[in-house]
Design a protein around this ligand. Structure first.
Ligand code: GUN
Length: 294
């Protein structure tokens, strides 16, 4: 039995996009230009192709320009660096996203670090990581930004809450910690070496699960009334059936004790592209010296 409010990520993402659409129109009317997002896809990874197609569609839906560069898997690192350099210099391009994973012969860190930090809409560049941690205006990774918006859709002020993040990745766990500190949470980052992790999670008013292990967090780890944000998207094979998507949290069990919880799919997932578009508008406004409304 589910007692928790189910946080509808699809609906919140649609609201974020509708809001962005209005802001893009206002920008065009006042300043006569349209933000542009360049997405670079190397190779033919099927999941990446789906992401890139969705990104392109949603970028156009909010009224921004989508520029796609689809390159063969054999593309050399030098050619990729040259493309990023050209996009860095192109005034029609406000945001650059190089889709991961990149082929093995390419040094992904080198390519990502060659993106102009002011166009780095993934927020992965060390300059943006530093800006986030010191509290300067930064481009912040999309998944933690989306997770924060969902938590705040339940409770506007998170101030004073005990937050436990499970997972310490550069893409989710670490930036999530910075964002929740900025919201005045008391933040704990738990990970694979954390001792007695369930007792740590049990103290949390807000749990953000980003470990990448299906149903890792059990219902009896959750403090009654906690808000649970599940970042996990794990494909689980069902014997004789189609693969199912499972989160990092045992959903039914956790929903029986939490006050609010994100489902998988339909929770954090749909927020990621919406936040990418928000970052693109923010980047465009920052580059043009216009007040940031994104
Ligand atoms: N591949 C899967 N998710 C992402 C993402 O958020 N950014 C990039 N650049 N590649 C990805």
């Amino acid at each position: 039995m589910s007692g928790a409010r189910i946080i509808d990520g699809k609906a919140v993402a649609a609201q974020v996009r509708a809001d962005l659409k209005g802001k893009v129109e206002a920008l065009k009317a006042a300043h006569g230009f349209t933000p542009g997002l360049a997405v670079v896809l190397v190779g033919e990874d099927p999941a990446s192709q789906v992401y890139v197609r969705n990104k392109g569609q949603q970028t156009k839906e909010v009224g921004m320009n989508s520029i796609e560069h689809k390159l063969p898997a054999e593309t050399s690192e030098a050619d990729l660096l040259a493309l990023v350099d050209a996009l860095n210099k192109d005034p029609a391009i406000n945001g650059i996203l190089v889709q991961l994973p990149l082929p093995k012969h390419v040094n992904a860190e080198k390519v990502l670090n060659s993106i102009d930090p002011d166009k780095d809409v993934d927020g992965f560049h060390p300059v943006n990581v530093g800006r986030l941690w010191v509290g300067e205006r930064a481009l912040v990774p999309c998944t933690p930004t989306g997770s924060l918006i969902l938590a705040k859709s339940v409770q506007e002020s998170l101030s004073g809450m005990d937050a436990v993040i499970i997972g310490r990745s550069n893409i989710v766990g670490k930036p999530m910690a910075a964002l929740l500190l900025r919201e005045n949470c008391t933040v704990t980052v738990a990970h694979s070496r954390t001792r007695d992790i369930q007792s740590v999670v049990k103290l949390a008013d807000l749990v953000v699960a980003a470990v990448g292990i299906a149903e890792f967090v059990k219902g009896d780890w959750i403090k009654p009334g906690a808000i649970v944000i599940d970042v996990g998207i794990n494909r689980v094979e069902v014997p004789g059936g189609k693969a199912k998507l499972k989160g990092d949290v045992a959903y039914e069990e956790a929903a029986a004790v939490a006050s609010a919880i994100t489902p998988v799919p339909g929770g954090v997932g749909p927020m990621t592209i919406a936040c990418l578009l928000k970052n693109t508008l923010q980047a465009a406004q920052m580059q043009r010296g216009i007040e940031v409304t994104a």
